[in-house]
Design a protein around this ligand. Structure first.
Ligand code: PEP
Length: 256
């Protein structure tokens, strides 16, 4: 019912030249994605135009940005608008990644403003939520993530909910090599789906909830086979054509 979405968050890696090389590498492994799986790459802003050109050669792989501003334009040095992202064929935008919350002062409030702006301007937000290690140890992880999901979705109506993607990313698992166990991931994804069900009449079943946090080819299968895990938001392993396409192939096998 829900198609897998395998998404690469390239973070601050790959300028235009490396973007071409990486996407050509992906194309060599896979110039058409399996029909059961949606793909997504999110390069840095400066590489979006190059990526859009290269992606014309990879069927089924969409383009996303890693951030955007909630205003249309103006005196916001260093920022990028939805109009600009639309112009370079972005379909998705990652919002509220824990690194943006931690290093760039993003809050549930700014994430919420961006989610509404993105949806209003035809971009699909990939809304990142997740708890810190301290919050998990203090048994506050469920409450924290619940609040992040509810906070991000204020003002999002039923008809728009189908266009959102949630990424559950426990902060302690991002870039650390440590992964949530399949049970831990499923527990949180199920809880997030219950929160969605309280907010929306129909969308709860169709919204894709991705897992993020050191997903690699060796652990992707056990995570993706959980009933409420609908894909992955992948950092490190998305920077190599080989490991990224391996995860896509694992998703394909689980779909058939
Ligand atoms: C991420 O940046 O969203 C992420 C999950 O990174 P990694 O896969 O490297 O842990």
């Amino acid at each position: 019912m829900r198609r897998f979405l395998i998404a690469g968050n390239w973070k601050m890696n790959c300028g235009p030249k490396e973007t071409s090389t990486l996407l050509q590498g992906i194309e060599e492994e896979m110039n058409t994605l399996p029909k059961e799986v949606d793909g997504l790459v999110c390069p840095p802003t400066i590489s979006l135009t190059t990526a859009a050109d290269e992606l014309q050669n990879i069927d089924g792989m969409a383009l996303g940005a890693q951030n955007m501003h909630y205003e249309d334009n103006g005196a916001f040095t260093g920022e990028v608008s939805t109009t600009m992202l639309n112009e370079v064929n972005c379909e998705y935008v990652i919002l509220g990644h824990s690194e943006r919350r931690q290093y760039f002062g993003e809050t549930d409030k700014t994430v919420n403003a961006k989610v509404n702006k993105a949806l209003n301007d035809s971009l699909k937000p990939v809304i990142c939520v997740g708890e810190s290690l301290e919050q998990r140890k203090a048994d506050e992880h469920v409450l924290r993530v619940k609040k992040q999901v509810q906070g991000a979705l204020i003002g999002v109506e039923d008809e728009d909910a189908d266009n959102i993607v949630i990424a559950y990313e426990p902060i302690w698992a991002i870039g650390t090599g440590e992964t949530a166990t399949p049970d831990q991931a499923q527990e949180m994804h199920k809880m997030i789906r219950e929160v969605l069900a309280e907010l929306y009449t129909e969308a709860a079943d169709s919204v894709r909830i991705l897992y993020g946090g050191s997903m690699k080819p060796h652990n992707a299968e056990e995570l993706l086979e959980q009933p409420d895990v609908d894909g992955g938001l992948i950092g490190g392993a998305s920077l190599k054509a080989d490991s990224f396409t391996k995860i896509i192939k694992i998703a394909e096998q689980l779909s058939s």
